[in-house]
Design a protein around this ligand. Sequence first.
Ligand SMILES: Cc1cc2nc3c(=O)[nH]c(=O)nc-3n(C[C@H](O)[C@H](O)[C@H](O)COP(=O)(O)OP(=O)(O)OC[C@H]3O[C@@H](n4cnc5c(N)ncnc54)[C@H](O)[C@@H]3O)c2cc1C
Length: 401
Amino acid sequence: MWAFLGIATFTYIYKKCDAVISYANKEVLLTVTVFFTLGSVLSYCRYRYGQTQHKPSHLGLVLQLISALPLAGFFFSKSSTHSDTDEKSHWRKRKEAKLRHSSQTESTPGTVVLASSDPDVIIVGAGVLGSAMAAVLARDGRKVTVIERDLKEPDRIVGELLQPGGYRALMELGLEGSVEGLDAHTVQGYVIHDMDKHLKESFLIALQNDRLRTMPASFLPPSPVNKPGVLLLGDAYNMRHPLTGGGMSVVLNDVQIWRSLLRNIPDLYDDIAVLEAKKKFHWARKKSHSFVVNILAQALYELFAATDNSLHQLRKACFHYFKLGGECVTGPIGLLSVLSPNPMTLIGHFFAVALYAVYFSFKSEPWFTKPRAFFNSGAILYRACAILFPLIYSELKYLVY
Ligand SMILES: Cc1cc2nc3c(=O)[nH]c(=O)nc-3n(C[C@H](O)[C@H](O)[C@H](O)COP(=O)(O)OP(=O)(O)OC[C@H]3O[C@@H](n4cnc5c(N)ncnc54)[C@H](O)[C@@H]3O)c2cc1C
């Protein structure tokens, strides 16, 4: 068709428009004719071979050369079967080239890229997660831009205690330097010390004169967010009560999982690979840390904010349980510190405390009121289940991602 059109157009101009011909360069017109003819022959060949998907390599090379000619795209287009693949491979090559370039220029340890032209990743929020994620992705060769709405030092008591499991994640990410020079203190155990006299005085004065502030504490169980190109992470994705001080440990461990997942996805435009990674992340974090930190924080909060007799008994039993020592301390401390956050260990210790409360219930009743202990024990066990099972459900309800 193109051959016919090309020749017909040329003939028409040649025969009918003498004036035009006289001004036009005959060589140019000859070139146009040759161009049309060659293009049409190749278009025909491409069409034939395109049907079979087995294009000979020499023909492909010629087609690439022709495609590179100016205006060639107007006259014959690539077959749609190949254009998607070509475009994807073009993007992939572009991204790989960028990665190679980035790793040469931005892999210096300790470097955080705050702004980058044509970034691979844009992080909104330079909190604990955002800044850790930006640092590790930049070290892995990504171009990262971080957007933060407020760079003032926050005037609030948030993120005061970094659990050992969070510190371990920080070290494994190679970011341990970020806790240097902060006037940080190493906490040697979960022991409440008596306040020094001078501290106590300052504390009482502050209590009388300073504004008492409250912080809202929310519980946001994790739920999948499948929007392509977007990762929702940190407290915006999953939040729990700050009672156990586990929030930063969760986000740092999350960063660790995402870092290893993203290392296997060179092209972040690959939505299928990213969705697969999201699924893996959703479950990997439950097994490794988030299930325990979320449930422990919420369950302990309910015990410490006890509103009825059964909860009071559970709380009392909890403290007596810790006093037993041995595994009754090391197990819960392993959970609290996020060093060995095994979900089954949490469930086991939780019901051990409930049974311990039942034991105290029977022990505290004289023999003639023992039947009352049965009702009491039933209420305690019911209360324990009413705390734990909804929390487990909140973690498992997105079993099918
Ligand atoms: C009272 C309290 C005490 C806590 N104590 C501890 C503790 O002792 N130990 C512990 O491990 N965890 C603690 N946590 C939890 C911990 O602070 C969080 O889990 C952790 O900070 C979450 O990190 P993040 O990066 O997701 O959010 P954040 O650290 O809150 O960072 C979010 C950032 O995003 C920015 N931002 C928000 N919206 C936008 C926007 N639209 N555009 C640009 N920027 C934006 C914010 O300015 C902020 O800098 C506590 C939490 C609370 C509420």
